[in-house]
Design a protein around this ligand. Structure first.
Ligand SMILES: Nc1ncnc2c1ncn2[C@@H]1O[C@H](COP(=O)(O)OP(=O)(O)OP(=O)(O)O)[C@@H](O)[C@H]1O
Ligand SMILES: [Mg+2]
Length: 430
């Protein structure tokens, strides 16, 4: 991870992401940034919304609210919460109008014999009513703009990127063609130009993000050979050169620790760990910038888990990859992640560097996750005490609810003021 990552723009920025499934708020307003070259761990128990987060980033849903930026481009945006804001503002305005009418009905009744005062009241009332509708109109106009922009970006973010890529190719070739005098060279250049434009037209910003799935059995088509599984992305990408495709397939097979002979086989002929290697090969063949690995090892034997994690770690350095690594177990992400976000029921409750999180866990849920990690020494293991998180007992949010606050540089915790003071002291060792 680079030293001055705060000065660098994030590769992925998730802002106020919400993904609701009817009444289930699977992801409810989460924000985090991932910087180039970083491994970002997302941890939490089953059902807390980890996969939904990953799937929202790769646009498998029309998200309920918030934005996802990739390399500065908004690739996903939701607008349901803006709509909800408008609906609420309208209802509030209606209530305010009713209250004003009631107020002046009373005042006018009292002043019914005083025409001058009645006139005054009429003017006053109109001013108040105008103010309410002005406020409402301004809010509706603002939200309508947000909705329009979110809809545009969600729908066209990909297309805008492709258009931009095509323009880049044009900008590269047109001056070259202009300068070229020999007809033969010109024809050669034109051919190259056309091919690059064709490929750029197939280019999608989403190709730069690839996902490795939780279940290596369900995520590989059993009727396809390993070769075809890996080559599929290249073909979708518009590549037709068979020789190039074969070379690429063999290249990534080697990178993930498999051999060329494996290419003609089918997924069921492989062990769990090998299948996950095929999943990784499929993801890296497109040279992505970001890989979202959704519990890539949780279905594997413990002995195989370390191998697959080591492989991902090697690839990360070799290919300059950035990783969003999802796990339900802190021990899996500990050594591998630069920073870790802890998720609980749709929210991020704590976010810090890996070292800081293990040295100074603040949120009681993080502490409970840490207490679940088995210790290598059997003597200590015997004494290890599981901490159970009891949200209703562990927090008193009756007077003040939690917000996401920075308790130490780069260390964020969901807490209220009382907890904030306590956590600050805990970290300072007081
Ligand atoms: N397509 C869907 N339709 C309705 N509800 C869904 C859908 N996908 C997920 N959910 C619900 O959203 C919540 C979060 O699910 P998600 O799969 O994101 O959790 P997870 O943290 O990945 O869990 P696990 O560790 O078991 O993979 C759960 O309550 C789940 O039942
Ligand atoms: Mg999941």
């Amino acid at each position: 991870m680079s030293e001055n990552k705060t000065q660098q723009a994030p590769l992925l920025s998730v802002q106020h992401l919400r993904q609701y499934f009817g009444p289930t708020k699977a992801v409810d307003d989460i924000s985090f940034d991932i910087y180039r070259g970083e491994v970002f761990g997302l941890v939490g128990e089953s059902g807390c919304g980890k996969s939904t987060t990953g799937r929202s980033i790769i646009r498998l849903y029309d998200i309920t609210g918030g934005s996802v930026y990739f390399d500065g481009t908004r690739i996903a945006a939701g607008w349901q919460n803006y709509k909800a804001d408008v609906k609420k503002a309208k209802a509030d305005a209606k209530a305010e109008v009713a209250a004003i009418h009631a107020e002046y009905q009373e005042k006018e009744a009292k002043a019914k014999d005083n025409p001058a005062q009645l006139e005054m009241l009429k003017i006053e009332k109109k001013e108040k009513l105008d103010a309410v509708s002005e406020k409402l109109n301004a809010l509706v106009a603002e939200k309508t703009k947000e909705i329009k922009s979110a809809k545009h970006d969600h729908k066209y973010g990909n297309k805008d990127f492709t258009r931009h890529e095509v323009e880049k190719v044009r900008a590269k070739y047109e001056p070259l063609l202009e300068k070229e005098r020999s007809d033969e060279e010109k024809a050669k250049l034109t051919k190259q130009y056309k091919e690059e434009v064709r490929l750029a037209k197939h280019d999608r910003i989403m190709n730069k993000i690839q996902m490795i799935f939780q279940d290596p059995i369900a995520s590989l088509d059993p009727r396809m050979t390993v070769h075809d599984i890996i080559a599929e992305g290249l073909i979708i990408r518009g590549i037709r050169d068979k020789k190039f495709i074969n070379e690429e397939v063999y290249r990534v097979l080697k990178l993930v620790g498999l051999v060329p002979e494996h290419a003609t086989r089918y997924p069921h002929e492989f062990s769990g760990g090998q299948r996950q290697r095929i999943g990784i090969a499929r993801a890296i063949v497109l040279n992505p910038d970001l890989i979202i690995a959704d519990e890539p090892v949780s279905a594997l034997d413990v002995s195989i888990q370390a191998q697959v994690i080591n492989l991902l770690n090697d690839l990360r350095h070799q290919m300059n990859l950035t990783l969003l690594f999802i796990a339900h177990d802190l021990s899996v992400v500990k050594y591998f992640s630069d920073r870790i976000a802890v998720m609980y029921y749709g929210h991020i409750v704590e976010l810090a560097t890996s070292d800081e999180l293990f040295a100074h866990p603040c949120h009681p849920y993080t502490k409970s996750l840490l207490s679940a990690i088995p210790l290598p020494d059997p003597r200590y293991e015997k004494k290890r005490k599981r901490i159970v998180y009891r949200p209703l007992i562990d927090h008193d949010y009756s007077k003040e609810g939690p917000t996401f606050r920075e308790v130490a540089p780069g260390h964020f915790v969901s807490c209220n003021s009382e907890e904030f003071d306590r956590y600050e002291k805990e970290i300072a060792g007081k």
